[in-house]
Design a protein around this ligand. Structure first.
Ligand code: S3P
Length: 173
């Protein structure tokens, strides 16, 4: 059975959806940012501050290459995972790629609750988000399934993913 790989911008619900989905279908749950933090002994924010974004991206790619080999896992990724083609190539090999989207206001509201994202530590957050979304849109859209989570609960999002898995024969109907 394929892994379910959740991609999408910050604040689109990858972690909450992933955790719930994994418990519903009995797959293991992997949050790549969390794994990177555990391996490095520091938070993503600390990594950005001390070593810069490119160092984090290297660690991210290393972690992706590792978890892409898992079986029956729900893999929740960081929003920038799509930036390196090798990440998506590895994840696609044994994964159904599910892209979560949300409207800008929803993203700002959700990410504003816990302001820990290094890329959003600026006053003009809306412009930063709009700019990043614009540059990444096509990468997020190149998924097997795209879901706008703006007005959906995690349970509803999970329901849509499960429906798709059944259609693909990845889960018993
Ligand atoms: C990033 C998203 C973050 C984290 C890092 C960079 C991005 O993950 O990987 O701060 O480039 O969009 P979340 O999408 O889980 O917030």
């Amino acid at each position: 059975m394929k892994n379910i790989v959740l991609i999408g911008f910050m604040g689109t619900g990858k972690t909450s959806t992933g955790r719930l989905l994994s418990s519903r279908i009995g797959y293991s749950f992997v949050d790549t940012d969390y794994r990177i933090e555990q391996a490095a002994g520091m938070t993503v924010a600390e990594m950005f501050a001390q070593y810069g974004e490119s160092y984090f991206r290297e660690k991210e790619t290393e972690m992706i290459q590792r978890v892409a080999r898992y079986r029956q896992a729900v893999i929740s990724t960081g929003g920038g995972v799509v930036l390196q083609a090798e990440n998506m190539k590895a994840l696609r090999q044994n994964g159904l790629i599910v892209s979560l989207h949300a409207e800008v206001d929803v993203i700002l509201e959700r990410t504003g609750r816990r302001n820990i994202r290094p890329l959003l530590q600026q006053k003009n957050c809306r412009e930063v988000v709009l700019e990043l979304l614009k540059s990444r849109r096509a990468l997020y859209d190149a998924a097997d399934l795209c879901i706008d989570t703006s007005v959906l609960t995690p349970l509803q999002v999970v329901g849509k993913i499960i429906d798709r898995m059944k259609k693909e024969g990845e889960l018993r109907a």
